[in-house]
Design a binder for this molecule. Structure first.
Ligand SMILES: NC(=O)C1=CN([C@@H]2O[C@H](COP(=O)(O)OP(=O)(O)OC[C@H]3O[C@@H](n4cnc5c(N)ncnc54)[C@H](O)[C@@H]3O)[C@@H](O)[C@H]2O)[C@@H](O)CC1
Ligand SMILES: Nc1ncnc2c1ncn2[C@@H]1O[C@H](COP(=O)(O)OP(=O)(O)O)[C@@H](O)[C@H]1O
Ligand SMILES: [Mg+2]
Length: 281
């Protein structure tokens, strides 16, 4: 298994072009957040914005609109219960992050169906949280986008039927291939199954064991993928830096809150870029 290291992430990190504009850094649609779990999709969207995504839109339950605008004025809102509006907002974006706080009821099922039917092959679809539950339990078409799944160990069991004792690397890889997905298997040392490659993260600690941590990672991957040379490099770098920030914060903090990790994303991205000391003027 390859290890994701600081040196590798430094080589993956993109440099901003002086002649760029917001359209150069990717458009992300985050879909999730029912009446009770708006926080999950706000965390994911915040992580995407703080990761440098050019344009971020959130499709969520209308009851989350004010909270979203108050917490994250950089993001735009779409009512996820409006099927036509949702479809229209899926079509133009580079990547869709589906599932944080989505819930498992009728509205959530309809949202999942709409997104799966609307994506196309040039797009990336990341499915997390309740999206994974519905992916397994609903009759859904195989999405034509490149699929990324980000299960924790419980969700991996739901996806594969494997108990933690049966989760050997080669077995996990076979399941990732069957699912036709890049799999980010979240645990204390997160593993990534991508094409024929298997990667293990080298950062992370138990201060991260708190609700919303995976939602933040999903949004970070959503923000990274369109900015990096390859999907793999975006995924590996997001997984590494999410936990790298937590390792730094855990030196002084007993628990590292997702909101605190998100605040630090632009700082560590700068630290890891090649033109670290560059001033633009
Ligand atoms: N502020 C919010 O709105 C929050 C919303 N959340 C959302 O809540 C929904 C359900 O997420 P859950 O993770 O509770 O889903 P589940 O209830 O499907 O998963 C938890 C189950 O998996 C088992 N499990 C086994 N190994 C595990 C591991 N390593 N980590 C976590 N659980 C493991 C647990 O014992 C438990 O039975 C998701 O959509 C998620 O995005 C959570 O992220 C918490 C915060
Ligand atoms: N003990 C730990 N050591 C390292 N990383 C951890 C630990 N506990 C949790 N994490 C990380 O926190 C995140 C938890 O994700 P998840 O369970 O989906 O959270 P949530 O759904 O509440 O947002 C994953 O990235 C996981 O790797
Ligand atoms: Mg989760």
């Amino acid at each position: 298994m390859d290890r994701i290291t600081k040196e590798k992430v430094r080589t993956f990190m993109p440099t901003r072009n002086p002649n760029s504009y917001k359209g150069s850094y990717g458009s992300v649609l985050l879909v999730g957040g029912n009446e009770n779990m708006g926080g999950a999709i706000i965390l994911a969207a915040s992580a995407a914005v703080y990761s440098g995504a050019g344009l971020v839109t959130v499709a969520t339950h209308p009851s989350n609109k004010s909270a979203l605008h108050a917490r994250l004025p950089e993001a735009m809102f779409v009512d996820m219960t409006d099927t036509n509006a949702l479809k229209q907002h899926v079509e133009p974006v580079d990547i869709i992050v589906l599932g944080p706080g989505l819930g498992r009821g009728e509205i959530s099922k309809n949202v999942l169906q709409t997104v799966y039917q609307s994506v196309s092959s040039h797009q990336t679809l990341l499915v997390d949280g309740d999206g994974i539950y519905l992916h397994v339990n609903e009759e859904v078409p195989e999405p034509s986008a490149t699929l990324i799944l980000t299960p924790h160990l419980g969700e991996w069991r739901t996806l594969t039927g494997l108990s933690p004792d049966d989760q050997y690397d080669n077995v996990n890889m076979d399941h990732a291939k069957k699912l036709n997905a890049i799999v980010v298997l979240k645990k204390s040392r997160t593993e990534i199954y991508c094409d024929e490659e298997t990667w293990e993260n080298t950062t992370g600690n138990p201060s991260m064991s708190t609700g919303g941590m995976g939602d933040a990672l999903a949004g970070m991957i959503g923000g990274f993928v369109p900015q990096f040379d390859t999907i793999k490099e975006g995924v590996l770098s997001a997984v590494y830096l999410h936990s790298y920030i937590a390792d730094d914060l855990s030196l002084t903090q007993y628990v590292t809150l997702p909101t605190k990790i998100i605040e630090q994303i632009p700082t560590v991205m700068k630290e890891f870029t090649k033109d670290q000391n560059r001033r633009w003027i």
